[in-house]
Design a protein around this ligand. Structure first.
Ligand SMILES: [Zn+2]
Length: 164
């Protein structure tokens, strides 16, 4: 082996092991006032799909939000499950204490938890770039006559209760 090649090959191997985003599907949301611009699904390595990825218009451009669910807690009286913003129990009607949500470092209430998400900034960046460029491509396509949006079932904002 030629000297100096070793480093290059280990880099190739590291790159090969990384998750590859093989497809992104974009469903544009036509609502001019809403910051939510699209729902996307992403296929990883041709064999795993993550749905309900959102493209959101922020103050400094578009960003990607990973699929998330509303965090809930249990009523002290009956044990029923309620979202953290609920003032009364869905199950027994008891009044619930306010400010039950934990706060993040910026003091914002933590009401949602990611269902699937990257665990490092580099991967987040890769997902962001792929999804945003697919979104921008779809946006261009949508301006052409006869545009047909991709077949995707309507995403759900609510997560069904898991009966255990
Ligand atoms: Zn209750």
């Amino acid at each position: 082996m030629v000297k100096g090649c070793h480093f290059a090959w280990s880099r190739v191997l590291i790159e090969a092991k990384k998750m590859k985003i093989s497809e992104v599907r974009v469903k544009l949301i036509n609502n001019k006032d809403d910051r939510l611009k699209a729902f996307c699904s992403m296929t990883v390595d041709n064999e795993f799909v993550v749905r309900d990825i959102k493209v959101i218009e922020g103050t400094s451009g578009y960003f990607v939000a990973m699929p998330s669910r509303k965090i809930s807690d249990h009523c002290e009286k009956c044990g029923g499950k309620n979202h953290l913003r609920a003032r009364f129990c869905n199950n027994c009607g008891a009044s619930l204490p306010e400010n039950r949500a934990r706060q993040d470092i910026k003091g914002r209430m933590k009401l949602h938890a990611d269902i699937a998400h990257p665990i490092n900034a580099e991967c987040r960046q890769r997902i962001q770039e792929k999804v945003i460029s697919a979104f921008e491509e779809e946006l261009e396509k949508s301006k052409e006559p006869g545009y047909k949006p991709p077949e995707m079932d309507e995403p759900d904002d609510e997560v069904p209760e898991i009966v255990s």
